[in-house]
Design a protein around this ligand. Structure first.
Ligand SMILES: O=C(O)CCC(=O)C(=O)O
Ligand SMILES: [Fe+2]
Length: 147
C-alpha cells in the first residue's frame, strides 16, 4: 500500500496536508476517517511512524502545555499530515485550550518531592504568540519556557 512506505523528508516538504508541528495546547483529541495520512515523529530518531485510522478509536495527542505542566514527564509529539492524491480526508480535532491569561508551568504536585523544574511559569497568550510566530519549526518553540 502506497502510504505504508517510509516517507522521506523531500516528500514531507512537498506535501500539502498539515506541515510538521506540535500542538501548543495540552491535549488534542482527534477522530480520523478511513483515509490514511497522519504521521508522528519516532520518539528517538528522525523517522516518522504512520498512525493508521482505527474505526471508532480516537488519537490523543500530547501538546507543549502538557509537557511543560508535567515537567517533561509526558512528551509532546511532532506530527504532520500528507493528503491523499485520490481521496479527501476528513479529521475532527477537538482542542482543549487554556484561557489567554492563564499562567502555567510545572504543576506543584509534580514538583513536591523536590524535583527540579525544567520550565518557568508563563502566561499562555505569551507562549501561544511565540509558538505561532515560529511557524512549523518543530522543537524550537519550547525554548520560550525553558529554565
Ligand atoms: O488531521 C489530522 O489528522 C491532524 C490535524 C492536526 O494535527 C491539528 O489539527 O493540529
Ligand atoms: Fe496537530
Amino acid at each position: 500500500m502506497k502510504w505504508a512506505k517510509p516517507i522521506t523528508e523531500k516528500l514531507l516538504e512537498l506535501s500539502i496536508g498539515a506541515g510538521r508541528h506540535t500542538d501548543v495546547l495540552p491535549i488534542t483529541t482527534l477522530l480520523q476517517d478511513d483515509v490514511v495520512g497522519l504521521y508522528v515523529r519516532e520518539p528517538k530518531g528522525e523517522g516518522w511512524i504512520h498512525v493508521p485510522p482505527v474505526k471508532g478509536a480516537l488519537v490523543i495527542n500530547i501538546g507543549d502545555v502538557l509537557q511543560i505542566m508535567s515537567n517533561d514527564r509526558y512528551k509532546r509529539v511532532e506530527h504532520h499530515v500528507i493528503e491523499s492524491a485520490s481521496r479527501n480526508r476528513v479529521s475532527a480535532p477537538i482542542f482543549v485550550n487554556l484561557a489567554p491569561d492563564a499562567v502555567f508551568g510545572p504543576l506543584k504536585q509534580v514538583l513536591e518531592n523536590g524535583e527540579k523544574p525544567w520550565h518557568k511559569q508563563v502566561v499562555y497568550s505569551d507562549y501561544f504568540n511565540c509558538f505561532f510566530s515560529k511557524g512549523h519549526e518543530g522543537k524550537q518553540t519550547m525554548e520560550f519556557s525553558k529554565l
